[in-house]
Every structure is written in C-alpha cells, then in structure tokens.
Design a protein around this ligand. Structure first.
Ligand code: PLP
Length: 381
C-alpha cells in the first residue's frame, strides 16, 4: 500500500495512540471533577496545552481545545465577527483559496450582512500582500488567511500582510488557518502576528476529532455553544481528554524535526517533479518554487483523464491520492479556478501529499502507475 494523501489525514503516531490509550485506561475521570481522578485527567489537558503553547511560542491560557480545525475556524470567525463586527465595521477580507471550513463560514456571515472581500492571486498564482492591505480600511473587522493552501500547497504571504495590517489598523482581528503548515513549516505566533490560529491534530499524526484555536490574550470571542465552563466557557462540554493528550504527544514528537523534515520533503518534491516532467500530458498545478509553496503537497493534472477515474485506477494498485481537497468529495472547490487553471485541467487534477516516511520508491511507483493509467484510460475512452 502506498499512502500519499497525508494532507487529507495522517496515520496516528504510535506514541499518540499509546498516550490516548493510557489516558482512556488510567485517566478516565472528568477533568472538571473535584476529586483525584478529575485532577489526574486535568493533568493530561495541562500537559497537552503546555506543549501546544510552547510550539507556538504562546502562553497556555491562549490555547483552546476544539473538535478540529473546522470548529476552530467557525469559533474564530463567527465569534470575532459577533464581538468586533459592530457599528458599521462589517468588512471581512479573505483569500479566494481558503479551505471550506473558512470559505463556507464566511459565506454564512455574508448572508448575515457582513461584506466579504475575497482576494485573488496574481496571474502567476502568487498572492500579493499589497492586495490585502489595500482592501483594508476603518470598516474592516477581520482578516482571515491560510498559511499553506491545502490543494496545491501554495504559501500565502500571511506574515507580511498581518505585520503591516497590525501597524496600520491595529484594531483589525487577524485569523490564520495554519492546518497544513503546523509541524511542517516552521512558524511561531509572533512571526504571524495572528490573533487567532486554527490547528488540527489529525494532519500531524494525532487523532481525528481534536483541534485547537490559539486566541491571543485580550481577544474576545462569542462562544458558538452554551453550556459549562470548560475551556473558559468558550467551548463548553467535557473535554476529549484522550484525543487532546494524543494531540499534545504528536506535537511533542514532531516539533524538533520541522526544519529537517522540510528539507527532506523538499528533496522528495523535486524528485517527483522531475519524474512527472518526463511524462507527456502532465501539467503542474503547484508552484515549483520553494519560496512560494509547501513541499508537502504536489498537485498536477493528467489531461484528458478525470480526477476520479485516475484516483480509482491508482486505488486498484493500492496507491492512495486525492482529487484535490478531500472535503470537496470530488466536487470542484473553485480553488484551482482561482489560480486561473482552466476547468478542463482542474477536472483532471491529482493531489499527492507526503509525510516524512514517503520514499523515492513510492514516488517511482506512483509516476509509473500514473503513466500507465494515462495510456490505458485514454485508450479506453
Ligand atoms: N483547514 C485546512 C487547510 C485543511 O486542510 C483542513 C482539513 O482538510 C481543515 C482546515 C479542517 O480540519 P479538520 O478536519 O480538523 O476540521
């Protein structure tokens, strides 16, 4: 089996699974309980919170645990809009390539009367920081930008935009979906200058159903749910202690190797690009320049063969890739179109995403299978 869909989800690390198991067996108490079992469960939460805070250069009180990045971004955007989007400050600026969790949330806010400005990339597929800055004004309450885009791996100029906005309009709330960058591309909260950062556990070898939202001290949010006082009342409900403990463990084992994994993955990406360039009829949808893209994601189109046809052909050979964003389930998300990629090619897009364990042999097998598929499937048409 060759798994090349790590941007959709990653296998849980053994250490993370062990941590969750340990927690399920030994620390099954409710962290809100006043007795020792409660305290013991709470210690797992505190440990994970400490690890996540450390990884961002943040304080423990600034980390809020959620069920995943979708919830984190919903809370960040809806919660901040409710507090800060008042008295005419109804403008929200975002990129045109955000993940559905941000895109659809902003669509919903638009229905409620907020004005959403969606910034497009330039003709070369790269975003200009100036375009975001020019769009901001005194009526802007919020800017939401992702750090590494999940379909092609392009990097957005978040640090530059947020730094300049912070100086010019300090009252604007800055949110970043950092899901595909966390533990892959080095960054700290202070590099981004973000007020809110969405993170997900299952993309970094944690367990599904766990995420976090960094909330800068002093930022106020309206909670999405009412209930108990857990997570400072911002996320009521008994915490998923085993999943949170596993999230912390995944971060703990990944955080020291970010630069070296990045370098190794860059070499793998370059190797894959070289192999793909030898196959006629393949168009690269990612940015080949390492300054503008994450090496963990490579997106290409095999002209004439629809994504799902190629996907299932590869699946028969036990090679697992994606047709783009896993959340879009085969439907065109609009992200590739935003880069100016014609529908004819967008409909034939294949997304390959790596982990630290991906080998050159796996990439050889992938490209060989794609080339074979191209011949067989075109022949069949
Ligand atoms: N943001 C990005 C960039 C993603 O790639 C994903 C997952 O595909 C999410 C958010 C949603 O994360 P979760 O599955 O934790 O809700």
């Amino acid at each position: 089996m060759i798994y090349l869909d790590y941007a959709a989800t990653a296998n849980p690390a053994e250490a993370a699974v062990q941590k969750a198991g340990e927690c399920l067996q030994k620390a099954f108490g409710n962290p809100s309980s006043l007795h020792r079992m409660g305290l013991y469960a709470e210690q797992y939460l505190t440990e994970a919170r400490k690890i996540l805070a450390g990884s961002l250069g943040a304080e423990q009180e600034e980390i809020l645990f959620t069920s995943g990045a979708t919830e984190s971004s919903n809370l960040a955007l809806r919660g901040a809009a409710a507090v800060y989007g008042k008295r005419g400050r109804i403008k929200i600026i975002t990129s045109a390539v955000e993940h559905a969790s941000v895109r659809s949330t902003l669509d919903a806010l638009e229905q409620q009367g907020y004005e959403i400005i969606r910034i497009l990339p330039g003709q070369n597929g790269r975003f200009q920081a100036e375009d975001f800055i020019k769009a901001a004004d005194a009526n802007t309450c919020l800017i939401s930008m992702m750090l590494a885009e999940n379909e092609t791996g392009r990097l957005l100029p978040v640090p530059e935009v947020f730094r300049k906005i912070r100086k010019k309009f300090p009252e604007i709330i800055l949110h970043c979906d950092a899901v595909q960058a966390y533990m892959k591309i080095p960054f700290r909260q202070k590099d981004l200058q973000a007020d809110l950062i969405s993170l997900s556990a299952h993309k970094i070898h944690g367990i599904k159903g766990s995420g976090a939202l960094y909330i800068r001290k002093g930022i106020r949010l309206t909670p999405l749910m009412t209930g108990g006082k857990q997570e400072r009342g911002l996320r009521p409900g008994t915490e998923a202690v085993p999943l949170i403990a596993a999230f912390g463990e995944a971060v703990r084992i990944m955080q020291d190797s970010i630069p070296e994994r990045l370098e190794q993955t860059q070499a793998k990406k370059e190797y894959l690009l070289k192999l793909l360039s030898a196959v006629p009829g393949i168009t690269l949808n990612s940015d080949a320049d390492k300054n503008y893209s994450s090496p963990y994601i490579v997106n290409f189109s095999v002209e004439g063969i629809r994504s799902e046809i190629m996907l299932h052909y590869l699946e028969q050979k036990e090679i697992y890739v994606s047709s783009g964003s896993a959340c879009s389930k085969g439907a065109r998300s609009g992200v590739l179109s935003a880069y100016g990629i014609p529908d004819r090619l967008a409909d034939c897009a294949v997304r390959v995403s790596f982990s630290e364990t991906t080998s050159q042999q796996e990439l050889d097998a992938l490209v060989q299978a794609v080339a074979e598929g191209q011949k067989t499937l075109i022949h069949r048409k």
